[in-house]
Design a protein around this ligand. Structure first.
Ligand SMILES: *Cc1c(COP(=O)(O)O)cnc(C)c1O
Length: 357
């Protein structure tokens, strides 16, 4: 199997080996130690400001997006949502479900957020921003520093969904003054899906601790209290948390966050060079490192996905909704190398020879 999707992605052999072990009981000092080490490395890689906390949620990252909306905002807020694709739209839906007053900056697919566009909302009493730093559906990377400046100027609580950009694109929580960062186990962390991580700065911790949340499972104050001793309120995905520990140490050994970001960036650059002479167009104005969305000029995108899967056993990532037939995505995250890119390009060339592109 050769998997170029954006999650789940290819795991290293070491991480896979941990997945084959028996899952231990978890209310132990040994497991607490694993959890606290996970927290320490995540905070380091996010460059979270001093006294920030991380909680490990057993849910996919949409669960964490929902938990953050529920724990950080109320009907007294006025939130700005950047909606440039399906993940931005998910935040819009979450605000609707939880009755959080909000306005939307709607961007076309592939369009970046400019300073001019953002500053149309300057001085208008917004209290929060929800943004997916890499809008994975279109591969657009938003400028976390530029948005951070806007938030600082307006006293806005700044929530960054970095689910696919954490460890793929440079992100400095302290420098861009983000209050919350969300990521998940099955993207650049290259582990099985099932765990999502929420990083909270001291300002976010204060907000969460004082929140009145109508939920037991998504009560982040309770998660924070348990995490003080390296534990979770309920049984977590123990096996995946142990795999995350292995993976974080693997990243540390290879040079830390910057080295992993550089590796993903090169994996993306190599692919973008190699695909140049094939009949595809790039669609993103400000491409993120983690994924390249491509638009086939002559062929249905979903048919290419199906043919690659069934004939070559190569998985690229189909798009959903109204992008299904026009765009597919090639991921650059997880355990992939430049030879794997060549294998994919050769398959596409073969399809071209067979008259399928
Ligand atoms: C993958 C992803 C998510 C979460 O998706 P789940 O299916 O809930 O894990 C959220 N936001 C972004 C930007 C993503 O790439």
């Amino acid at each position: 199997m050769l998997n170029f999707t954006v999650g789940p992605v290819m795991c290293s052999d070491e991480v896979r080996a941990v997945g084959g072990e028996q899952v231990p009981y978890f209310r132990t000092p040994e497991f607490s130690e694993v959890m606290l080490e996970n927290e320490k490395l995540i905070l380091k890689y996010a460059n979270a400001p001093e006294d920030s906390k991380a909680v490990f949620m057993t849910n996919s990252s949409t669960g964490s997006m929902e938990a953050v909306v529920m724990n950080c905002f109320t009907e007294a807020d006025k939130v700005l949502v950047i909606d440039g694709g399906s993940f931005g739209h998910r935040f819009v839906e979450l605000c609707g479900i939880h009755e959080i007053p909000h306005e939307i900056i709607k961007l076309n697919h592939g369009q970046k957020l400019t300073k001019e566009r953002l500053y149309e909302y300057d001085g208008q009493a917004f209290t929060g921003i929800l943004v997916n730093i890499d809008e994975t559906s279109t591969g657009v990377l938003y400028d976390s520093e530029m948005i951070g400046e806007f938030c600082k100027k307006n006293g806005i609580f700044y929530v960054c969904d970095c689910v696919s950009s954490f460890l793929a694109d440079p992100f400095d929580m302290a420098h861009c003054s983000a209050d919350v960062m969300i990521t998940g186990s099955q993207k650049v962390l290259a582990c099985p899906p099932g765990v999502s991580i929420i990083v909270l700065t001291p300002r976010a911790v204060e907000r969460v601790v004082n929140a009145k949340v109508k939920s037991m499972y998504f009560n982040l104050a309770n998660a924070l209290k348990n995490m003080e001793r390296g534990q979770t309120p309920f049984t977590p995905a123990v096996g995946i948390l142990r795999q995350i520990n292995t993976r974080l140490k693997e990243i540390e050994k290879a040079g830390g966050a910057d080295a992993e970001i550089a590796r993903v960036a090169e994996q993306a650059a190599d692919f973008r060079r190699k695909i140049k002479n094939l009949p595809f167009e790039f669609v993103s104005e400000s491409p993120a490192n983690g994924v390249t969305p491509v638009h086939p000029v002559n062929t249905d995108a979903y048919e290419i996905f199906t043919e690659l899967k069934d004939h070559y056993h190569i998985w690229v990532c189909p798009n959903g909704g109204d992008m299904k037939n026009t765009i597919f995505r090639v991921g650059h995250i997880g355990c992939l190398n430049h030879d794997d890119n060549t294998t994919l390009i050769n398959a596409l060339k073969d399809m071209q020879n067979r008259g399928l592109l």
